[in-house]
Design a protein around this ligand. Structure first.
Ligand code: NAD
Ligand code: DAU
Length: 357
C-alpha cells in the first residue's frame, strides 16, 4: 500500500493511473479537491478496490494520522500543493498554508507513524516529496542548466513556498532521520492538465476562438517534460533513490513560450482546421507580462540518468502531438472543468493582463 497526496490533480492523477496500470499494490489517495483536484480524472478507477479515495487536507494531522495507522503504507508520495504561479501572485495565502504549513504537518504525521514501525518496515519506508525546478530561480541565456547543487533562489510566492517545503523535508531527514527523497522537475504537460496553465490554456482557447495570451515578449524559456515521463521518474526514485538525496527531472526540451504556442497552432491547423481557413496563429495576442517572470528554466537531468538509469520515453514532438490529440478527444473533460470558478479566474487574470478571454 502507498499513500499518494494530491492524486486528483494533474500529475498526481496521471501517477495514480500509471501506478495501478503497472502494479497491483493499492493506493490511498488523499486530496482536498481544491479547484485543481478533479475526481473526473480518476473515473476509470471507479469500482477498482485498489484505489481508495479520501477527501481531506495534508495539514489535517488527525486525518493523516488515522489514514497512516489504518492503511500502514510503505511509502508516501506528496504531490499535494497549490501549483499555479499566477494565482500565487493574486493570493499567496493558500500557498503558504498548503505548501509550507501543510508539508510541515504531513512531515510530522509521517514521522509519528514511521517511528512506531517495526525495524524492517521502518528501514523500508520512504517519503517522496514532489518539487519543482522553480526553486532554483531564473537562468541567464547562456548559463548551464540547473544541477542539484544549484543555489535555491525562488522568485515567486509559489516557488518560495515550494523551496520552503523542500527545506523542511531536508531538515526532517537530517534532524530526525526520516527517510525522504525529493524530486525537482521541470514543466510538465499532457492529459488532465488544468487549462489555467500555458499548454492546455492555449489549446482550449484556440478551439473556442478566444485570444491566445502570450505574456511579455514570449521569449521566456521553459523545459518541457511529458507528464508520464515525470511519473516514471518518480517511480524510479521511489524504488532506487538514495535516502536524503534530491533528483532533478527533465527531458532536455528547452523552448521559448512563443515556439510552444506556434507548435500548438500548427498541430491544431492540421488536426482541427479553423472553418475560415486561417491559422490559429491569428488568435495570438501579446499581453502584459507576469510580475517577476522568470526568464529561463533548464534542468540538468544527468544525475537521475547516471545513478538510476532513468530517461524520458517521449520527445517533445511525440508528447505534444499526443497532448493536443487528447484535448481534441476529451471535450467533455474540458467542459466539465470549465466551471463558474474557472471562468471567474480567467476573467480576473486576463482582463488585467489585457486580453479579455
Ligand atoms: P495541481 O494543482 O494540478 O494539483 C494539485 C492537487 O493537490 C489537486 O488535486 C489539489 O486538490 C490537491 N491539494 C491542494 N491542496 C491540498 C491540501 N492542502 N491537501 C490535500 N490535497 C491538496 O498540481 P500539479 O501540476 O499536478 O502538481 C503536483 C505537484 O508537482 C506539486 O507539488 C507541484 O509543485 C509539482 N510540480 C508540478 C509541475 C508542473 O509542471 N505542473 C512541475 C514540477 C513539479
Ligand atoms: O517549472 C515547473 C513549474 O511549471 C511547476 O512547478 C508549476 O507548478 C507549473 O505551473 C509550471 O509553472 P510555469 O509558471 O512555468 O507554468 P505556466 O504554464 O503557468 O506558464 C508557462 C510559461 O508560459 C511561463 O513563462 C508563463 C507563460 N504564460 C503562461 C500563461 C498561463 C503565458 O505566456 N501566457 C499564459 O496565459
Amino acid at each position: 500500500m502507498i499513500l499518494v497526496t494530491g492524486g486528483a490533480g494533474f500529475i498526481g492523477a496521471n501517477f495514480v493511473l500509471d501506478w495501478l496500470a503497472h502494479h497491483d499494490e493499492p493506493v490511498v489517495n488523499l486530496d482536498k479537491l481544491t479547484y485543481a483536484g478533479n475526481l473526473h480524472n480518476l473515473v476509470s478507477l471507479r469500482g477498482d478496490a485498489r484505489h481508495i479515495f479520501v477527501q481531506g487536507d495534508i495539514g489535517d494531522a488527525a486525518l493523516v494520522g488515522q489514514l497512516l495507522a489504518q492503511h500502514r503504507p510503505r511509502a508516501v508520495v506528496n504531490f499535494a500543493a497549490e501549483s499555479h504561479v499566477d494565482r500565487s501572485i493574486h493570493g499567496p495565502e493558500d500557498f503558504i498554508q498548503t505548501n509550507v504549513v501543510g508539508t510541515f504537518r504531513l512531515l510530522e504525521s509521517v514521522r509519528g507513524y514511521w517511528v512506531g514501525l517495526d525495524d524492517a518496515a521502518r528501514a523500508a519506508f520512504r517519503l517522496l516529496h514532489v518539487s519543482t525546478d522553480e526553486v532554483y530561480g531564473s537562468l541567464e541565456a547562456a548559463a548551464p542548466a540547473f544541477t542539484e547543487q544549484h543555489r535555491y533562489e525562488p522568485n515567486s510566492p509559489y516557488s518560495a513556498s515550494k523551496a520552503a517545503s523542500d527545506h523542511l523535508v531536508r531538515a526532517w531527514h537530517h534532524t530526525f532521520g526520516l527517510p525522504v527523497l525529493t524530486t525537482n522537475c521541470s514543466n510538465n504537460y499532457g492529459p488532465y492538465h488544468f487549462p489555467e496553465k500555458l499548454i492546455p490554456l492555449m489549446i482550449v482557447n484556440a478551439l473556442a476562438g478566444k485570444p491566445l495570451p502570450v505574456y511579455g515578449d514570449g521569449q521566456q524559456i521553459r523545459d518541457w517534460l511529458y507528464v508520464r515521463d515525470h511519473c516514471s521518474a518518480i517511480c524510479r526514485v521511489l524504488e532506487a533513490g538514495q535516502l536524503g538525496e534530491t533528483y532533478n527531472v527533465g527531458g532536455w526540451n528547452e523552448k521559448p513560450n512563443i515556439e510552444i504556442v506556434h507548435t500548438i497552432c500548427m498541430l491544431l491547423d492540421e488536426l482541427c482546421p479553423r472553418s475560415d481557413g486561417q491559422s490559429y496563429r491569428a488568435q495570438i495576442t501579446y499581453v502584459k507580462d507576469r510580475p517577476g517572470h522568470d526568464r529561463r528554466y533548464a534542468i540538468d537531468a544527468r544525475k537521475i540518468e547516471r545513478e538510476l538509469g532513468w530517461k524520458p520515453a517521449e520527445t517533445f514532438e511525440t508528447g505534444i502531438r499526443k497532448t493536443v490529440r487528447w484535448y481534441l478527444d476529451n471535450a467533455d473533460w474540458v467542459a466539465q472543468v470549465q466551471t463558474g470558478a474557472y471562468r471567474q479566474w480567467v476573467q480576473t487574470q486576463y482582463a488585467e493582463a489585457g486580453a479579455a478571454a
